[in-house]
Design a protein around this ligand. Structure first.
Ligand SMILES: Nc1ncnc2c1ncn2[C@@H]1O[C@H](COP(=O)(O)OP(=O)(O)O)[C@@H](O)[C@H]1O
Ligand SMILES: [Mg+2]
Length: 345
């Protein structure tokens, strides 16, 4: 296969913990041709969507460990047309560069995207969880999103709970997630004003039910083609409301529970429909807090804690899709030839 990763610059990778590096390494071990680029390097070259890529130079012996591979990798810089790739793996860090996706629209039908670019457009913020039908809040916490300050003030006032979570709609890495307590409501107006009016046009703010059990951490589940493939618990550091690794969350082993499986079954079909083949969900007490679609991580600690190599499953899946697409294309050209030959009798 010809695989292109759209990702962060190579030198910014932290090789000890990076999921993208594991995926690239697995492709190289399987002798696929791998290029990597960044959104910054996407280029329209006389109406052909292209990218300045670093293509990995093939070597006879590929280091077995991803960290050694990272240190020894050699690449060649070359401008390449994107439609020549079988698959493009979207692994750029959040926030999503929506304009960059327009460079990819013209190759949408000829390349397999993990994840699909239209799926990324609809799922790249926290409103996406509201698109899973769940009026009784079995899986989705009570969530309000607005720029209307008065409305959000009333949400806190009317809430039967003494505390709620406030966070920006388009946040990531735990940024701006805070716990609001009713007894500290005198600060709430000012905070809300700041969250909403911090930029021109204003920002949407989420007020969400504080999900019980969050103090023991949240569960990250990696979902491939609608099925969970691995999980861990992230335990927040003392006095911290957020479990994100960026906020000091410590990964510990976790076996997916029956109720969490039920949640995965509830959301899996829609994820597939939206072309979101490889995602990481954040779950607290079996409630879905977030679907991470851009560059979900945590594969390395999940691998370590369970002695598995989940990158094999991901690349197996991609290879399988490409195999099916290729065989459909071959059969189509045979059928076309049969029809054209019928004309020549
Ligand atoms: N409703 C909630 N109840 C309890 N804790 C929450 C809630 N929402 C977020 N958190 C905590 O904050 C972390 C970050 O929130 P999340 O919505 O996943 O945003 P981000 O995109 O910044 O990771 C979660 O992993 C969890 O630890
Ligand atoms: Mg999160």
């Amino acid at each position: 296969m010809n695989v292109c990763f759209i990702m962060c610059p190579w030198h910014k990778i932290i090789p000890e913990q990076d999921t993208t590096l594991r995926l690239i390494h697995e492709c190289i071990l399987r002798n696929h041709t791998v290029a990597m680029t960044t959104t910054h390097n996407l280029t329209m070259r006389d109406t052909v969507a292209s990218a300045f890529c670093n293509v990995f130079v093939k070597k006879s012996k590929v280091p077995e460990k991803a960290i050694d591979f990272y240190e020894k990798a050699v690449f060649q810089n070359v401008g390449l047309p994107l439609s020549g790739f079988d698959v493009i793996v979207m692994r750029a860090d959040p926030p999503l560069d929506v304009l960059a996706l327009n460079f990819l629209d013209s190759v949408h039908d000829s390349v397999f995207f993990v994840n699909d670019i239209d799926g990324l457009r609809i799922a790249n913020n926290k409103l996406y969880t509201a698109s899973f039908d769940d009026p009784e809040h079995r899986f989705i916490p009570i969530t309000h999103v607005s720029k209307n300050q008065e409305y959000l003030e009333n949400v806190l006032e009317d809430s039967p709970a003494q505390k709620m979570i406030m966070k920006p709609l388009d946040g990531y890495g735990g940024k701006g997630v805070i716990l609001i307590e009713k007894r500290a409501r005198h600060n709430f107006k000012s905070l809300l004003d700041y969250y909403i009016n911090n930029r021109q046009g204003g920002s949407y703010v989420i007020m969400q039910e504080y999900v019980k059990g969050a103090d023991k951490g949240d569960i990250r589940i990696l979902i491939l083609n609608g099925e969970p493939i691995g999980a861990l618990r992230r335990v927040p550091s003392p006095g911290e409301v957020r479990s994100n690794v960026h906020a000091g969350g410590r990964p510990v082993k976790h076996n997916i529970t029956d109720k969490e499986m039920e949640l995965c079954r509830h959301i899996g079909p829609k994820l597939i429909r939206d072309g979101l083949f490889f995602v990481g969900i954040d779950v607290i007490n079996c409630k879905l807090i977030e679907v991470n679609v851009l560059s979900p991580g945590c594969m390395v600690p999940i691998n370590r804690l369970n002695k598995v190599r989940l990158q094999e499953k991901v690349i197996d899946f991609v290879e399988n899709v490409i195999r099916i697409k290729d065989s459909i294309a071959i059969r189509k050209s045979e059928f076309r030839k049969a029809i054209e030959d019928a004309n020549n009798i």
